[in-house]
Every structure is written in structure tokens, then in C-alpha cells.
Design a protein around this ligand. Structure first.
Ligand SMILES: Nc1ncnc2c1ncn2[C@@H]1O[C@H](COP(=O)(O)OP(=O)(O)OP(=O)(O)O)[C@@H](O)[C@H]1O
Ligand SMILES: [Mg+2]
Length: 266
């Protein structure tokens, strides 16, 4: 096992300093109104013997080889592993973005890949927030439009546009980017784009956030800031967070950490 990589479980008490550092009560944070109910302790996300094989030039790469896991509502889980171990692949499978070769992914008790494409898109759009490793902000849209995008595809969005814009601005405010709302992604630093991507992932108040190395490209100070935002807007509100990281210190801030190695979690 690589140094610093361990399966760990932290108590609520020893997480407290990390959860609250740099965060003020009564801050602009609290102005973002929750859009759904409170957390339950049920299993919200499960992988059942998930395997994924990519075939390139008739060479098969078995990236995931029977990954099983259960994540409870409100839990924060870190997934670690070497580069190329399949962490992004697993996150995409968990988020309904990439169909496993075999096995099942259950979100809120339903096999997400047994749903029709439209139903799966609806679940993804309304209940799951994704922070991609490479941000994936749309270059032709300004920051506010990027943040609002997940909500704009929903029914009735046009009529609610002003309200959605307010929420988008509040989210940008919460990650310290309100004054950059009219800027295009190319006019922002990597860390700022990462924060904007984070705000976008939270636009629909998702019950589950899947974050792929959200601090991977950031210096430690900015990384810590982004993590504070992420934890505050997910765990602080009873939502579930699955976070991929190479950083053992980041993993230690989560309730639990698992390592992906040889296609399996341990
Ligand atoms: N669409 C694809 N087609 C073919 N092979 C792929 C595809 N996506 C990923 N792979 C391969 O699967 C393996 C796992 O990739 P993945 O991106 O999941 O790793 P990772 O653990 O996220 O790595 P990193 O820490 O560098 O982000 C790699 O060998 C990669 O080349
Ligand atoms: Mg990756």
C-alpha cells in the first residue's frame, strides 16, 4: 500500500476543525436557499460488481474489475488510487455518464442504467452534480450562464430565468466569483474555473455530488478554499459527496477513503 494511502474512517468530532475552518456563520453562504429536503441515512448510491473494459485497436483494457461499494446519504467518501487506476472511469459509471460493461449502479435504489436514456438524463440533471477533472466549462458562455446551464435544460426554466439567475449569482458569490459573472472561462485562472465548475455542479441542489480531483490543479491554499466551499455546500447541507483525490490529506477530510487498485476497491 503506498505511503499515506489507507482506508480510514473519521469521527464527526475529529472532522469538526476541517469542516469549519475559514468559514463564517451568517456569511453569504447561508443566503443560498436549499431546494430539497433533509438527508436520510439510507444507501443513496451503490455499485454492484461493476466492470468496465475499454477496447482499443482490439486490445482490451480491463479498467474496473468487479467494483462494489455503498455510499450512505450524507456521507463523504474519498476514492484514491494511482494515475490510470480507473478513478475517473468509476466516477463516470457512478454518475450515469458511462455504462459499465457489466454490473449495476443503483442510485436511490434504482438501477440507473436500466432507465431509459431520457429518464437517466433527468436523474443526472436534477439529482447528481458532477465536477469534472477538466472543468468542462463552455468557452462561449459567460460564467453565470455556465453555472445556470444545468438548470436551463429543465422544464419551465425559461419562465424562471430571473430566479435561476439569482441562484446562479448567489452560487458564484459563494465561491468568491460574483464579480466575474460576465467573464468567459478563458479569462479566468485554473482555480477560478475550478470554483465556477463547482458552483455549476451545485446549481440544481443535487443530492449527490461526484467531484473528480476538484483540487488537482490548484495550489494548496486555493485547493483548501475550494474544499471548504465543496464541504460547506454538500456535507454542511446533508448531501452526499464522492470525491476523487491523489492527496491523502484531502482524503482524510472525508468520512471514509477507499483505494482503487487492480480494478478493485479496497
Ligand atoms: N474512453 C476511453 N477509451 C479507452 N481507454 C480509456 C478511456 N478512458 C479511459 N481509458 C483508460 O482507462 C484507464 C483508466 O483511466 P482513468 O481516466 O479512469 O484513470 P484515473 O485513475 O482517473 O487517472 P488520473 O489519476 O490520471 O486521472 C487508463 O488506462 C485510460 O487510458
Ligand atoms: Mg482521472
Amino acid at each position: 500500500m503506498p505511503a499515506g494511502y489507507s482506508t480510514c474512517r473519521h469521527t464527526k468530532a475529529n472532522l469538526e476543525p476541517a469542516r469549519t475552518s475559514g468559514l463564517r456563520s451568517g456569511s453569504r453562504w447561508d443566503k443560498i436557499a436549499p431546494m430539497n429536503g433533509t438527508a436520510q441515512q439510507a444507501v443513496i448510491l451503490a455499485a454492484r460488481a461493476v466492470s468496465k473494459t475499454y477496447t482499443l485497436d482490439s486490445v482490451a483494457i480491463d479498467v474496473l474489475q468487479g467494483v462494489s461499494l455503498e455510499v450512505r446519504a450524507g456521507e463523504t467518501l474519498a476514492i484514491m488510487g494511482a494515475s490510470g487506476a480507473g478513478k475517473s472511469t468509476l466516477l463516470h459509471c457512478l454518475g450515469g455518464l458511462d455504462r459499465p460493461t457489466s454490473g449495476a449502479v443503483e442510485f436511490q435504489g434504482r438501477d440507473i442504467y436500466a432507465l431509459s436514456g431520457a429518464a437517466r438524463t433527468e436523474v443526472r440533471a436534477t439529482k447528481i452534480g458532477f465536477v469534472f477533472q477538466a472543468y468542462h466549462l463552455l468557452p462561449e458562455l459567460d460564467l453565470l450562464e455556465n453555472v445556470m446551464l444545468p438548470a436551463l435544460s429543465r422544464r419551465g426554466a425559461l419562465a424562471r430565468r430571473a430566479q435561476l439567475a439569482q441562484r446562479g449569482l448567489a452560487l458564484l458569490d459563494s465561491v468568491g466569483l460574483r464579480d466575474r459573472a460576465a467573464h468567459r472561462p478563458a479569462e479566468l485562472s485554473g482555480g477560478e474555473q475550478q470554483r465556477a465548475a463547482l458552483a455549476r455542479s451545485l446549481m440544481n441542489e443535487p443530492e449527490l455530488v461526484l467531484a473528480d480531483e476538484p483540487t488537482g490543479n490548484l495550489d494548496s491554499h486555493t485547493g483548501r478554499q475550494v474544499l471548504d466551499y465543496l464541504f460547506r455546500l454538500t456535507r454542511g447541507r446533508g448531501h452526499t459527496l464522492v470525491l476523487v483525490t491523489h492527496n491523502a490529506e484531502v482524503a482524510a477530510l472525508c468520512d471514509r477513503a477507499l483505494i482503487l487498485r487492480d480494478g478493485r476497491l479496497s
